[in-house]
Design a protein around this ligand. Structure first.
Ligand code: NAP
Length: 255
């Protein structure tokens, strides 16, 4: 079990104030990591939960709708917590509209946040992790949050599907480039998880019923359900896992 231990590691989790980001931040802390909580809404509640696990938490303000803050996020995490070993690219948004009516604004907002910022924050973190691996031999771990729409088409979410399919491709590309440089790059593809992101679907009685009927587990997932996969991919237990998109979906894709 020691290979799952994250003691002494520093993790950066984006979009950590709520939902899946909060669930993953707390799970990483429970496994021993100190956590930098990055986002546009201060993650006070998550910081308290990380500290309750006996780990350090630092809140870093950043609006990831542009790539302007990416260098500062890495610099602040390293300065405040003494390193950067794990990056979880979780922050993301969704816009819903019929493809025939979809606007350029809804395209750009989603692709910029969910894909462009993921690449450039990974680049900034990857530079640090590659240098750290050359110096200390310690591996870096990048975990992207993908989606069922990294595998499937979906409906009424064209920019989201494009961005999450892009995240799956980017995960594989970065794994190919950085595996030999001491960085593991993988993704978690959550199924249907009860968060703000899916509030509209949960509230729609007929979509909610259709979704529940298709999930073999028979329930929506919770942010805590993502924790085990995140700890695994962040740990030495996954040192030989590269470019994988791990579905944590209650069996949705198996149907
Ligand atoms: P959520 O509760 O809406 O959380 C999204 C997080 O991203 C929030 O912390 C949000 O901050 C942050 N964020 C959004 N735009 C940002 C920006 N410009 N700068 C900084 N932070 C920003 O939804 P969630 O379900 O936990 O989503 C987390 C990730 O999982 C997303 O990438 C999402 O696409 C993905 N995902 C979710 C599901 C699901 O079923 N819920 C399934 C597959 C994938 P604010 O609170 O300040 O907005």
């Amino acid at each position: 079990m020691m290979s799952f231990d994250l003691t002494g590691r520093v993790a950066v989790v984006t979009g950590a104030n709520t939902g899946i980001g909060q669930g993953i931040a707390v799970a990483l802390a429970a496994a021993g990591a100190d956590v930098a909580l990055v986002g546009r809404t201060p993650a006070e509640e998550t910081a308290a939960l990380v500290k309750a696990e006996g780990r350090r938490a630092e809140i870093i303000g950043a609006d990831l709708s542009t790539i302007a803050p990416v260098g500062d996020v890495v610099a602040q995490a390293v300065e405040k917590l003494g390193g950067l070993h794990i990056l979880v690219n979780n922050a993301g948004i969704i816009r819903r509209n019929d493809a025939v009516d979809f606007t350029e604004e809804d395209w750009d907002a989603v692709v910029d946040t969910n894909l462009k910022s993921v690449f450039f924050l990974s680049q900034a973190a990857g530079r640090h992790m590659i240098a750290n691996h050359a110096e200390t031999g310690q591996r870096g771990k990048i975990i992207n949050i993908a989606s069922m729409l990294s595998f499937q088409g979906g409906i009424r979410v064209p920019s989201y599907t494009a961005s999450k399919s892009g995240v799956a491709g980017l995960t594989k590309l970065l794994a190919c480039e950085w595996a030999s440089k001491g960085v593991n790059v993988n993704a978690i593809a959550p199924g249907y998880i009860a968060t703000n992101n899916t509030a509209a679907l949960q509230a729609d009685e007929s979509r909610n019923r259709q979704i529940m009927e298709r999930i073999p587990e028979g329930r929506w997932g919770s942010p805590a359900d993502m924790g085990g996969a995140a700890v695994f991919l962040a740990s030495n237990a996954a040192d030989y896992v590269q470019g994988h998109v791990l579905a944590v979906d209650g069996g949705w894709l198996a149907r």
